[in-house]
Ligand binder design. Structure first.
Ligand code: AGP
Length: 371
């Protein structure tokens, strides 16, 4: 009923709007007396100090959260991080041992490929930490340790609040590793955590774009295809934006690393093709920003219709944006938390305009327990 959906047309929109709360709940209690505490985690500081390599395994949207985590965890810890689709990892011979930390990310905790990846890793003595949204599910039960996201139940088949909560949980793991290994000073860990804690408010501000993006989605609903471009942490955000559009609107959508444009994808650009660009902050990583501005000018010159997700007040990008969606300024590594919001709304509204059931897309199940 409409009441269950909090007055919205579909659950997904309610769940998109629950993201500030989901993030706050996921972070709550994990910083105490100046230290990151992962009490559900059952891994000692010594265990974390011994880690010399991290593997992240997951499927779908959870995999995208892992791709984002790699930028943060490598930057903070100086540990090598590999991120792999569980369905690939489980059938190959990855290099693991008891000092490898495998982070298995799964909203449901029941995904067959991710569960088998956990078994594959444990069979080689690696230690497995599950990031999961479902208490007592199979993946956490078979893992050495668990860190729960507290996003609450997610009804929409398309993951939204669990995705951003996974990003936050991954970052907690990264900070716990940095703290244990001493690659960050305690005051730096405290500062990073404080930045994370400011994210529910930033995401709340990003939600002020909902009406504007819904209107944009209605105008884009008859597009044949949509491309998504990003760099750095904006690249997995682009992949996730494209996945949302495929699964909900049944539209051809691809995410690309903007630096790959000239290596192929630019051949797809034609007059009127919508291209969604996830801009980095002009203040944070000036080089990245300049590169993306030049990418946008190239695709615009070839007739693409540019839909630009950019930081508030980013005036340099304005001339290149046919449509501009402004999100609040946040540190570079945290940008996926705000820039994902308009992409979620865009996919849902395009789907609704095309007459599809946003909460129950065709052919998809909420959890893939049979591969
Ligand atoms: C998300 O929108 C998808 N429906 C799907 O990719 C999902 O993220 C994937 O199946 C993994 O599910 P899990 O997190 O429950 O393991």
């Amino acid at each position: 009923s409409a009441a269950e959906k909090g007055g919205h047309d579909y659950f997904m929109l309610k769940e998109i709007e629950e993201q500030p709360e989901a993030l706050a709940n996921t972070l709550r209690g994990h910083f105490d007396h100046g230290r990151i505490v992962l009490d559900e985690q059952r891994m000692s500081d010594q265990d974390l100090r011994d880690v010399d390599k991290v593997f992240v395994v997951a499927c779908g949207t959870a995999y995208h959260s892992g791709l984002i985590a790699k930028y943060a965890i490598e930057h903070w810890t100086r540990l090598p991080v590999e991120v792999e689709l569980a369905s690939e990892f489980r059938y190959r011979d990855p290099v693991l041992d008891r000092d490898t930390l495998v982070v298995a990310i799964s909203q449901s905790g029941e995904t067959a490929d991710t569960l088998e990846a956990v078994r594959h890793a444990r069979g080689q003595k690696a230690r497995v930490l599950a990031i999961c949204n479902t208490n007592g599910a199979q993946i956490p039960r078979e893992s050495d340790a668990v860190l729960y996201t507290h996003a609450g139940p997610e009804v929409g088949v398309a993951a939204t609040k669990t995705f951003t909560s996974q990003i936050a949980a991954n970052y907690l793991v990264g900070l716990a590793l940095a703290q244990a290994r001493g690659t960050k000073y305690p005051d730096e860990v405290a500062r990073e955590f404080a930045e994370l804690e400011a994210m529910p408010a930033a995401v709340q501000k990003a939600l002020s774009t909902v009406d504007r993006v819904r209107e944009l989605g209605r105008r884009m609903a008859d597009s044949k295809a949509v491309l998504f471009l990003g760099r750095h942490v904006g690249f997995p955000v682009a992949l996730e934006g494209a996945l949302k559009l495929k699964e909900l609107a049944y539209m051809h959508a691809e995410g690309f690393a903007a630096g790959e444009l000239k290596h192929g994808p630019i051949a797809l650009i034609e007059s009127g093709l919508p291209v969604v660009v996830v801009m980095p902050s002009p203040k944070g990583r000036a080089v990245l920003h300049a590169k993306l501005v030049s990418n946008i000018s190239e695709i615009q010159a070839r007739g693409a219709r540019t839909i630009v997700i950019a930081e508030e007040g980013d005036d340099t990008v304005r001339p290149f944006a046919d449509e501009l969606v402004e999100v609040p300024a946040v540190p570079t590594l945290l940008q996926p938390l705000v820039s994902s919001v308009p992409l979620q709304v865009l996919a849902a509204e395009i789907a609704r305009t095309r007459g599809y059931d946003v909460d129950k897309p065709r052919n998809l199940a909420k959890s893939v327990t049979v591969e």
